[in-house]
Design a protein. Sequence first.
Lengths: 142, 150
Amino acid sequence: MTAQIQYADVEVGTELPAAAFPVTRATLVQYAGASGDFNPIHWNEKFAKEVGLPDVIAHGMFTMAEAIRVVTDWVGDPGAVVEYGVRFTKPVVVPNDERGALIEVTAKVAAKLDDNRVRVDLTATSAGQKVLGMSRAVVQLA
Amino acid sequence: MALDQTFVGRSYPPTDPYEVGREKIREFAVALGDENPVYFDPEAAKAFGHPDVIAPPTFVFAITFKAAGQVIQDPQLGLDYSRVVHGDQKFAYVRPVRAGDRLSVTSTIEAVKSMAGNDIIDIRGEVHDESGEHVVTAWTKLVSRAPEEA
């Protein structure tokens, strides 16, 4: 576990390896238990539709957690993430089948900062819709 | 109903400590499908200079959001929680949360706005460990959607 990204090795525009994260109803039940967020819009289709949603939706915090994996898998040490922020723009709709939904994440270096830090801008989409906006992380490199 | 602007700047008492456990971190990482060994193996974490397994970056939200409940459920503020959606979320880390931490949160209302009938509130949660060291700050924007026209 010594794979560290060197500040000198990245430029503005450097793309991080993209990733896609599948999410099914079972994933959401497991995340609800682990996070303590039992809002029924994340597991009860009838309830979700009654409050005007198209179907069960993923927890916004689940999507946020998956998106940053593109950064943490890249740097190796998740402790290198100094800042991370997102805006929740559209829900990830999760149908009740074995395929569920897919959260597709890309990221690139947007700025080189002082002290060997970089700003990484992320995009996250599901079913062709942008699900996170203003999604940015500041990362400490070696 | 527009929220009371005088709540801006109000802080709530620090929460009782939340003790971060290795198994809770493991459970959270497994739920994400994230197999990074620094979440599971203390030796892997030590290789990066961490004294114990660390938590994924968003793990602390469960703690800060529970603390924000003091604000959300403050009857004097009068936020309609049944209509609340999560607008934005941001974290700034001094260091990663790790197993063994006993974390306390102080919540402060940073801003209160009303736009097009929606109530918008920004809550800052300052997270400190038992020694008083600042660990992370979480900013949460909540939007209480305007009721539909009857």
